[in-house]
Write a protein that binds this ligand. Sequence first.
Ligand code: SF4
Length: 428
Amino acid sequence: MNVRPAALSKGPGCTDAPVLRERGQREVFCGLTGIIWLHRKIQDAFFLVVGSRTCAHLIQSAAGVMIFAEPRFGTAIIDEKDLAGLSDANEELDRIVARLLERRPDIRLLFLVGSCPSEVIKLDLSRAAARLSTAHAPRVRVLNYSGSGIETTFTQGEDACLASLVPTLPAQPADAPRSLLIAGTLAEVVEDQWLRTFDALGIRDVHFLPPRRADRLPPVGPNTVYLLAQPFLTDTARTLEERGAVRLPAPFPLGVEGTTLWLRAAADAFGVDEQTFERVTGPPAARARAAIERHAATLRGKRVFFFPDSQLEIPLARFLARELSMELAEVGTPYLHRQHLAQELALLPQGTALSEGQDVERQLDRARAERPDLVVCGLGLANPLEAEGLTTKWSIELMFTPTQGYEQAADLAELFARPLIRRSKLVA
Ligand code: SF4
């Protein structure tokens, strides 16, 4: 039997909307995938995956499409001997790390990244990280997190990585003035634009997590307010709050509306007056609205179906529905954090069909029945759906492309318009 997500909601937007919860077979990448964008961000960090040849292939083939000057990740291979418990994986790991750090004196921060195989053999990577941190102190700090497909979906790897970093952040002095922390990996071009915007608003003490270098960790404490730049940072938010930081509730900075409300949350927390806010944000918002309009003709009235993949689905759906007049056939997300997504849900059109988790065959049936104009999904589903005549967009592309903020809003719209234009050319 096909279960459809309930369609009617009470209250504003989708705040109280019922959500179809599915707990069946999933079709998503594991958390190792995050290394592909994280390794480019923290320039003196290295990601050592403690995993199998499959794990090595995953990140090498995925990262192979990216251009990078110096690889900042590698794999310590767990082979059959380790799996059978015939060798001491810890000794082997210590040897590999010592060799790596000798060869690469530029490394300041080393992440041991757990995988399915390291979990299967119950290798305790937090103990290994503590041992290796002591052995290589003070030059290198060693941390660990899990990117295993058993525990994480593809963007949760970033969450686990940043959450492992938070306890190492320096304490903000108790008498320090209020500072703003932006949590979530962003393209440097986006960070630079926002630094200029915050500066124009008079907000000067602004930090980013992750930082560009391990020796520039942002301070955190009860005088820190933070904004999430990504919607998948559940553990990072929790660890920041354990350090006393306070989250500013806001939608996510995708599209003009999301960016304006996100910036406004910061402006309100720092007492920026309305006139200044309008003067700083009005012109770039107007330019972005005009630039988005170029793609409206392609997207207006088209139906889009989101498979759960990146946890970006709800903010993206809000942007496409409200700024490009697209219709939402179904919005699936791997995990719905009601608190972090509260402002987003309130903005979603009433009656949006929402689903959380996945039962891939059932969801494929719903997508086929809907015949949407565009399907946003993972790589594994895109090819079969294209073969069935559906038009798809890979959700992972949204993680590699700068999409946040006013200047990127039209690029974000274009990411959705492009496959529709391609399909219309093929059909013509
Ligand atoms: Fe596959 Fe697990 Fe390795 Fe990810 S961590 S590549 S799911 S074996």
